[in-house]
Design a protein around this ligand. Structure first.
Ligand SMILES: NC(=O)c1ccc[n+]([C@@H]2O[C@H](COP(=O)([O-])OP(=O)(O)OC[C@H]3O[C@@H](n4cnc5c(N)ncnc54)[C@H](OP(=O)(O)O)[C@@H]3O)[C@@H](O)[C@H]2O)c1
Length: 279
């Protein structure tokens, strides 16, 4: 399998071009699946306080036995912890559950704009980064308005904005905004989860041409866009397959045809960042 490239982020740190999503992996089976993913070669792990599996992620890291410095462990601050002091305590709780002394990346999970405390949460993450408890800080589900608000407020740019992004919801506008602000896009539900477009013509055609699976075509499309996909799979074979997307590439026309699958109702269960509130 080809090696996984890395991106250098706007704070000088690095992330691999693909990661592993851990929701909803929990319990004994969850630990086994996450440890298996690390053994298969994933080096970026995506968890969140709200996934209630940080303990399992920590256990899987110890079980897999890969050197801590090789891993990028990312978690997320829930909406109910947006107050400055709450956010500090929340990250300390994440570290305790993970059994780690630092996080590589911590994200504000949702902006929850009607509550409007995400700028306080961001100031807390900036302070935690200065203390070294969190190496890099970012956001998730932020619109341009939310991004500009924290930038104006703090002068600190998030390293990533993790957004819903898959062929039915290709996020052309938000990808351009992130790029303009030097923020790396990360894709959640990168395969499309329940709406996975595995049988769409441009995906099937590319899969046949390159001798890969439709899932690999979608993940390669993510790589061509420059976004970091974090596919979740509990299945060892799919975990390996999803990682094996660096031995072929798509043409610009193939990328455009897949992006062209985007549709107005393409958004999944997450909802609109302006109206959806995540607790
Ligand atoms: N920031 C946010 O608000 C947010 C929201 C949602 C998710 N996330 C993150 O994003 C991660 C991934 O998103 P997701 O789990 O919603 O969606 P996803 O990774 O696009 O899809 C996961 C589903 O696809 C299946 N699958 C995986 N690889 C496959 C393959 N090669 N062929 C066919 N099916 C395949 C998995 O089944 P098996 O497990 O049975 O293989 C699972 O049912 C989550 O785990 C979480 O870390 C973040």
């Amino acid at each position: 399998m080809a090696t996984i490239p890395t991106y250098t982020l706007n704070d000088g740190s690095t992330l691999p071009a693909i990661g592993f999503g851990t929701y909803p992996l929990k319990g004994k089976d969850g630990i086994a699946a996450i440890a298996g993913a690390i053994e298969a070669g994933y080096r970026l792990l995506d968890t969140a306080v709200n996934y209630e599996n940080e303990t399992e992620v920590g256990e899987a890291i110890r079980r897999a036995g890969v050197d801590r410095s090789e891993l990028r462990v990312a978690s997320k601050l829930p909406g109910r912890h947006h107050g400055y002091a709450d956010a500090i305590a929340s990250v300390e709780g994440s570290l305790e559950r993970l059994g780690l002394d630092y996080l590589d990346l911590h994200l504000i999970h949702w902006p929850n704009p009607s509550v409007g405390r995400y700028p306080d949460a961001w100031r807390a993450l900036v302070a935690l980064r200065e203390q070294g408890l969190v190496r890099s800080i970012g956001v998730s589900n932020f619109t341009e308005e939310h991004l500009r608000r924290i930038l104006d407020d703090s002068g600190v740019t998030p390293v990533v904005n993790q957004i819903e992004l898959h062929p039915y919801f290709p996020q052309v506008r938000m990808r351009a905004v992130n790029e303009e602000l030097a923020i790396r896009t990360e894709s959640w539900s990168p395969l499309g989860k329940r709406q996975a477009p595995f049988t769409e013509a441009p995906i099937v055609a590319a899969a046949e041409k390159y001798g890969v699976t439709p899932g690999q075509v979608i993940l390669r499309w993510q790589i061509e866009l420059g976004s970091i996909p974090i596919p979740k799979s509990a299945t060892p074979e799919r975990q390996r397959q999803n990682l094996d997307v660096f031995g072929f590439s798509l043409t610009e026309a193939e990328v455009d045809a897949i992006t062209g699958l985007g549709r107005a109702d393409g958004r999944l269960f997450g909802g609109d960042p302006d109206t959806h509130e995540e607790q």
